[in-house]
Design a protein around this ligand. Structure first.
Ligand code: HEC
Ligand code: HEC
Length: 259
């Protein structure tokens, strides 16, 4: 990647964000991801992100009681290295029913997980387990996983190929594209592309892949960030608080078709 001034600026901005959220980050897995190789996006602004006001921890929508059939978690040895093979077996037994056999969930409320950065997945699973990210459904499943299970499954998921999705709403999608690529200047809403990359592939390890995700899931997460239901990312809470429902639907629809 050629280092243009813009890309250096982006790198500096990202480094600052990484620092500001490092307290939340858990230890990086042994197999570290490759450094970001993402072109600077237009409109990425130097947004400063103070922690959001403490919001009432409303639990997510009522969940069907999941069946708890998985074997008990086993502690990982100190020199643990992710075993994606084991992870795939565990995933097939417990997770595939909701997230799809290859991580490409066919159900709009259940996120696609294929090709997601493993560090992001591990962070989510740990936070479901300890309650930092509220989800009655996922708390029950994450509670059965050891740190080793989380890494094994996450590295297996990262090795699966994401299937592309598509945008559905022709009217909204151009508003969504505008927000994703350029943000909304008047409200200091930064371009999503600045952190999630222009094609939605994300930036390892911190910034998740978004492209092809179900619009319903993406919109529900943005609303959850905005309304204080999902409290595991002060950055995303502050960003979502700048968007109204229509803008959230528009950007979620655009992301579904992004590739
Ligand atoms: C009963 C259905 C169900 C099962 C089984 C299930 N999940 Fe989930 N999962 C969900 C739903 C619904 C969400 C969205 C939660 C929310 O609203 O925040 C989710 C979210 C997630 C996320 C967050 C994804 C993201 O993009 O942030 C991860 C990671 C995840 N699940 C992994 C797993 C793993 C690993 C298993 C198996 C151990 C599993 N899930 C089993 C329904 C399920
Ligand atoms: C300053 C960097 C930054 C910007 C700009 C940004 N995001 Fe994010 N976003 C993040 C980080 C970091 C996470 C991961 C949060 C976590 O660890 O749970 C995230 C997570 C998300 C998620 C949750 C993904 C999932 O699978 O659950 C969605 C959806 C999302 N962002 C959408 C957007 C949209 C839409 C925009 C533009 C309006 C945007 N983001 C702009 C940093 C950013």
């Amino acid at each position: 990647m050629t280092k243009t001034p813009a890309s250096l600026l982006l790198a500096a901005v990202l480094a600052a964000f990484a620092l500001s959220t490092s307290a939340q980050q858990s230890a990086a897995p042994a197999a570290a991801a490759a450094p970001a190789a993402t072109p600077a996006a237009p409109g990425a602004t130097g947004l400063t992100v103070p922690p959001p006001p403490p919001a009432a921890g409303t639990p997510g929508p009522a969940a069907a009681t999941p069946s708890v059939t998985a074997p008990a978690a086993v502690a990982a040895p100190a020199n643990f290295k992710a075993d994606a093979g084991l992870g795939g077996t565990r995933y097939a037994a417990v997770c595939a029913a909701c997230h799809g056999a290859d991580g490409n969930s066919g159900t709009p409320a259940n996120p696609k997980l294929a090709q997601q950065h493993p560090e992001y997945l591990v962070k989510q699973l740990q936070e479901f387990k300890d309650g930092t990210r509220a989800s009655p459904i996922m708390k029950a499943f994450a509670a059965q996983l050891s740190d080793a299970d989380m890494k094994n499954i996450s590295y297996w998921l990262a090795s699966q190929k994401a299937k592309p999705g598509f945008a559905k709403d022709k009217q909204l999608v151009s508003l969504g594209e505008k927000i994703y690529r350029g943000g909304i200047q008047e409200r200091q809403l930064p371009a999503c592309a600045g952190c999630h990359s222009p094609n939605g592939a994300g930036i390892p390890a911190q910034y998740p892949r978004l492209s092809g995700q179900h619009a319903d899931y993406t919109a529900s997460q943005l609303v959850a960030f905005r309304d204080g239901i999902r409290q595991n990312s002060p950055q995303m809470s502050q960003i979502a608080q700048k968007m109204n429902d229509r803008e959230i639907r528009a950007v979620a629809d655009y992301i579904a078709g992004l590739r």
